[in-house]
Design a protein around this ligand. Structure first.
Ligand code: AKG
Ligand code: FE2
Length: 357
């Protein structure tokens, strides 16, 4: 497609402020060219019959029972070293809260268009809704989803800045996620052989932001993607997904489905944790396929100080290093890594090669 024609199409799409959902509501049966991805980027999971499954870790009783806790720490270590992904159940967030959160995302995206449009922006605001955050700054094809985002920590939003239609549940859910995140950082610290508060003490749980994704049903799912292959640029991500499916993790060069489990949360290691763990833990590439059936919703909560960068300098954790295991990365601040990401990395790629020794 000619560049100018493409840019006009992107601008026209952006100006509707109705996102991908607007196209589906208008009844399109063919997806516009701006959503076309190269066929080899969309290829489905390999059909080799591989039975790899992402581990599901049961957190029940870990606070009372030291044996259960030891088992969980081992499972967390194993999953973080091999897949960089695992699911958790019995994490303490009631199923009713999970369901209400998913409903809240649906309510936001399915509300009256004129009300929803008021939140559509590409500026930095406490609550941002748009489709494809980098729409006008990329030559890559765009994806079949709409998103809202807000930050909870370190500066919580004023309740009145959040849309009334999902305000209460969003705040309630994010407070729960902060607690789950704290527990996860304790388990991950122990899994690295550090004292339980290590990762929290160095600020890993200081920043939390939430992305509510809405993937409308797609009339031609074989031509596009919901989310392109990427790594998460954070310490960890805690993701709640609904029953539709489509999330896949790249493991040993094969796409592995992350099964949907109603009461589970998906946890993945981000690039910052791979970096400070000196590659002990793995930040895995993942993507989301589009689907004829939909909408699919998910809420991805990122633990990262991305939006409130501190001057703290991070490097591979000294306690993990030895003569046989020297630092694989040079020290840097998280904001420097972000600047590098924004200026130099094409979307979805890792900034870690930039600081690798
Ligand atoms: O929607 C999903 O399941 C995954 C979204 C994701 O990977 C992200 O927001 O980074
Ligand atoms: Fe992600």
């Amino acid at each position: 497609m000619e560049d100018l024609e493409r840019i006009k199409e992107l601008k026209d799409f952006d100006e509707t402020k109705l996102g991908v959902k607007g196209l589906v509501d208008a009844g399109i049966t063919k997806i516009p060219h701006i959503f076309y991805h190269l066929p080899d980027k969309i290829k489905k999971a390999s059909e080799s019959g591989d039975t790899t499954t992402i581990p599901v870790i049961d957190l029940a009783n870990i606070l009372e029972d030291p044996c259960a806790c030891k088992r969980v720490v081992e499972s967390v270590r194993d999953a973080s070293e091999t897949f960089g992904f695992f699911q958790i159940v019995n994490h303490g967030i009631p199923v009713s809260t999970l369901n209400e959160m998913k409903d809240g995302v649906v309510r936001f995206f399915e509300q009256d268009s004129e009300v929803k449009k008021k939140y559509y922006t590409r500026e930095r605001k406490p609550f941002v809704y748009n489709s494809n955050y980098n729409l006008l700054h990329t030559s890559d094809p765009i994806t079949w989803k709409d998103t809202f985002l807000c930050n909870l920590a370190p500066n919580p939003p004023k309740p009145e800045d959040l849309p009334a239609i999902c305000r209460n549940i969003l705040l309630e859910y994010l407070n729960h996620v902060m607690k789950v995140g704290t527990l996860l950082f304790e388990l991950l610290s122990e899994a690295l052989g550090l004292n339980p508060t290590y990762l929290i003490d160095i600020g890993c749980a200081e920043g939390l932001s939430a992305f509510g994704h809405y993937y409308p049903s797609c009339p031609e799912p074989e031509l596009t993607l919901g989310t392109v292959k990427h790594v998460d640029i954070d310490f960890i991500t805690v993701l709640l997904q609904d029953h539709i499916g489509g999330l896949q993790v790249l493991h040993k060069d094969m796409w592995v489905d992350v099964p949907t489990i109603p009461e589970a949360l998906v946890v993945n290691i981000g690039d910052f944790l791979q970096f400070i763990s000196n590659d002990n833990f793995k930040s895995a590439q993942h993507r989301v396929l589009s689907n004829l059936v939909g909408p699919r919703v998910s809420i991805a909560c990122f633990f990262s100080t991305r939006h409130h960068p501190t001057t703290r300098i991070y490097g591979p954790i000294k306690e993990l290093l030895s003569e046989d295991n020297p630092a694989k990365y040079r020290e840097t601040s998280i904001s420097d890594l972000h600047v590098h990401c924004t200026q130099k990395c094409s979307s979805g790629t890792s900034p870690l090669p930039h600081i690798r020794i």
